[in-house]
Design a protein around this ligand. Structure first.
Ligand SMILES: NC(=O)C1=CN([C@@H]2O[C@H](COP(=O)(O)OP(=O)(O)OC[C@H]3O[C@@H](n4cnc5c(N)ncnc54)[C@H](O)[C@@H]3O)[C@@H](O)[C@H]2O)C=CC1
Ligand SMILES: O=C(CO)COP(=O)(O)O
Length: 334
């Protein structure tokens, strides 16, 4: 079995390391030849994971045909909004029986499609050939070999179990699930809620506020998830609450950090410049998640507020006032 990880950012690189550590023959594709050369010669990716030594067996290339030809598993590790364009370039070199694994946590802004739907649409493969890997997996911690678990979701359970084997190491423990929708909704919405947590922390609020945002964020994730066909149990699992807690609590999260910068008073442009090219998916996905909620008539006040701050010119202070000024209601409601 040969896997190729397409994208050598933080998570693509950490995932490639997991695959090699699991005994899987793995190649990683980097857009820039100099990065591929550095991974091959020094076994490092200093731009994204400084201080981490990558396994000698990990082979890097910047050639799309070399990366993809003969690969049994194609792991898609580029940001959500660029996945469609990248896939179009990759497709001529992909074997038709290939299994795709999506790592991206977002919803396409132009179509409101989840990433597995984008892959199936562009490649023409059946949904059962597309899996999603999602969970509380901050790249740096995984690359350091700290214990973590994840979910590999695929409607074809046999395929999910094969992948589980290919990703299973002493420190990274994959569980299988057939609820692809739940895993993808959990992954996309938690980035938006992490922006909200970051904003609160940037303003100077403490743990009560963060726990409130996480819990009410889960409530709106579940409302949207159920409306689009997810199972509640998935959202109560690693790809739901698990990832939400990890991302909303960790200074390693790009989304939380981005939100904190807005909470500290930086403009969107200033916060974007401070990311140094690393993706904070929630900044774009707040638009598509909100549009999906509108389409299914689901109330998502935190997502609305994040969207208004990022794209509607609302200040963080006014967003907080408007959230707290909403009419009171029972905790559990339809
Ligand atoms: N970093 C993390 O801890 C985790 C990230 N993810 C998800 O994985 C996906 C990828 O994230 P990261 O690797 O962390 O992002 P990153 O920002 O560290 O790296 C993104 C990679 O994609 C490349 N890239 C950027 N724009 C591109 C484009 N238009 N075409 C081709 N390549 C492009 C970059 O050169 C880079 O190699 C995201 O959807 C993210 O939400 C999921 C779990 C953990
Ligand atoms: O998805 C992640 C952890 O599971 C990483 O989150 P960030 O993209 O906010 O860093």
């Amino acid at each position: 079995m040969r896997a190729v990880v397409m994208g050598a950012g933080s998570w693509g690189t950490a995932t490639a390391k997991v695959l090699v550590d699991a005994g899987t023959d793995t190649t990683i594709w980097a857009r820039r030849p100099e990065l591929a050369d550095r991974i091959n010669s020094d076994h490092t990716n200093v731009d994204y994971l400084p201080g981490i030594t990558l396994p000698d067996q990990l082979v890097a290339t910047s050639s799309i045909p070399d990366a993809l030809t003969g690969a049994d598993v194609v792991v898609c590790a580029v940001p959500s909004q660029s996945l469609r364009a990248n896939l179009t370039d990759w497709l001529p070199h992909v074997t038709p029986e290939t299994t795709y694994v999506s790592l991206a946590k977002g919803v396409e802004t132009s179509t409101l499609l989840r990433m597995s739907e984008v892959i199936a649409e562009v490649s023409g493969v059946p949904a059962g050939q597309v899996a999603v890997l999602s969970g509380p997996n901050l790249a740096r911690e995984v690359a350091e070999g700290q214990p973590a678990a994840t979910v590999i979701a695929c409607t074809d359970d046999g395929r999910a179990r094969e992948l589980q084997h290919s990703f299973n190491t002493g420190y990274f423990r994959p569980y299988t699930n057939t609820d692809v929708v739940g895993c993808e909704i959990g992954g996309a919405v938690k980035n938006v809620i992490a922006l909200a947590c970051g904003m609160a922390s940037g303003v100077g609020f403490g743990q009560n506020t963060l726990a409130t945002i996480i819990t009410r964020g889960l409530a709106e994730t579940i409302r949207l998830g159920v409306a689009v066909g997810a199972q509640i149990e998935t959202l109560a699992g690693l790809a739901g609450i698990g990832d939400l807690v990890a991302t909303c609590s960790s200074p390693l999260s790009r989304n939380r950090t981005f939100g904190a910068r807005l909470g500290e008073g930086l403009s969107l442009t200033e916060a974007q410049e401070a990311t140094h090219g690393q993706v904070a998916e929630g900044v774009k996905s707040c638009t598509s998640v909100r549009a999906l909620a509108d389409k299914f008539d689901v109330e998502m006040p935190l997502t609305d507020a994040v969207h208004q701050v990022c794209h509607g010119g609302l200040s963080v202070a006014d967003a907080i006032s408007s959230l707290l000024g909403r009419s009171t209601k029972p905790e559990i409601y339809e």
